[in-house]
Design a protein. Structure first.
Length: 258
C-alpha cells in the first residue's frame, strides 16, 4: 500500500490553497531548522533536514499543508571555530519569521504551527510568535520544539547530555532518515562530554566542545533512530490534530478592553 503524500504548499496553486486550508481549520505548518556544524560525523543540514522530514510525515497524516522549510536559523553560539555554519542573528530571524507568518495570514492561514528543530531558534521564534499574535487578532500560533514535543521524545534527546548537540539521538535520527548526511567512519571517535554542568554562564560551543559535539554519538543506531522518529511523528501529529479544534478560552479582542 502506498503511503499518503504530504500536502506541500509549494506544490499547490493559488486556487487550490483556500480549499486545502478550509479542510483543516485554516492551519499550516512552518518547519524551521538551521545550517550549522554538527561535529565531524554529521552534515551541516541536519536540523533543517530533520524539520522537513518530520513535518512532511505529519502532513501526510494530518493533511495540514507544510510551508517551505526555513533552512537557516540562529546559530551564533556555534562560533566560527568550525566551517559550515550559516547563521541569522536573532533580530533578523524574528523579523523574517514574522513576515513569513504575516504572508501566510494574508493567504488564509489562521492556525500556524511553527515546528523548530534547532534549540537556539527558540528565543527568536518566540519573539516572532509574540509579534504575529499581536498584529493579527484572529491568528493562533504554536511554537513546537521537535526535541521536546513529548516526554518520551525529550528523554531520548537528553539521555547522553543536558547540553546535547550532534549526540546519540541526532545521529540516530540521521541514520534512520537521511543516511547521506552521516559519516559512519567518524562516529566512533566523535564522542565529547557535556562540560556545562554547574556553570553560571551560557558559553558558546567553542568553549564547551572539542569537536562541535556534546554527547555520545557512538551510542547511536538506525533502529533507535527509526523508533525515535516514529515517536516524534506520532506525538506531533496528535498535537496538531488537537490544535485544529482549539479555540481561545475567552473571546476578548487584543485591542479593545471591553
Amino acid at each position: 500500500m502506498t503511503s499518503p503524500s504530504p500536502l506541500l504548499w509549494a506544490n499547490r496553486t493559488w486556487d487550490e490553497i483556500p480549499g486545502d486550508l478550509a479542510a483543516v481549520a485554516q492551519a499550516a505548518i512552518l518547519p524551521v531548522g538551521a545550517t550549522e556544524q554538527h561535529g565531524p560525523h554529521l552534515g551541516t543540514g541536519m536540523d533543517f533536514v530533520l524539520a522537513e522530514a518530520l513535518t512532511h510525515a505529519v502532513s501526510a497524516r494530518t493533511r495540514v499543508p507544510v510551508l517551505p522549510t526555513l533552512p537557516y536559523g540562529c546559530s551564533l553560539g556555534h562560533s566560527r571555530r568550525w566551517p559550515g555554519t550559516i547563521t541569522l542573528d536573532p533580530v533578523m530571524m524574528t523579523r523574517l519569521v514574522a513576515q513569513i507568518g504575516t504572508s501566510a495570514y494574508h493567504s488564509g492561514v489562521r492556525r500556524l504551527f511553527i515546528v523548530n528543530a534547532h534549540v537556539t531558534n527558540a528565543a527568536p521564534l518566540r519573539c516572532a510568535l509574540e509579534m504575529l499574535r499581536a498584529a493579527h487578532d484572529d491568528l493562533m500560533v504554536a511554537l513546537v520544539n521537535s526535541a521536546t514535543v513529548s516526554e518520551r521524545v525529550r528523554a531520548a534527546h537528553f539521555a547522553d547530555a543536558d547540553d546535547w548537540h550532534a549526540n546519540a539521538a541526532e545521529t540516530a535520527l540521521m541514520l534512520a532518515t537521511a543516511p547521506d548526511l552521516v559519516r559512519p567512519d567518524r562516529i566512533a571517535d566523535a564522542d565529547d562530554p557535556d562540560r556545562t554542568e554547574g556553570l553560571v554562564f551560557s558559553h558558546p560551543v567553542n568553549r564547551t566542545s572539542q569537536n562541535g559535539v556534546t554527547g555520545r554519538p557512538s551510542q547511536a543506531s538506525r533502529d533507535e533512530g527509526e523508533r525515535l522518529f516514529a515517536w516524534m511523528v506520532e506525538d506531533l501529529s496528535a498535537l496538531v490534530l488537537r490544535g485544529l479544534s482549539e479555540t481561545p478560552p475567552l473571546p476578548h479582542s487584543f485591542s479593545v478592553s471591553a
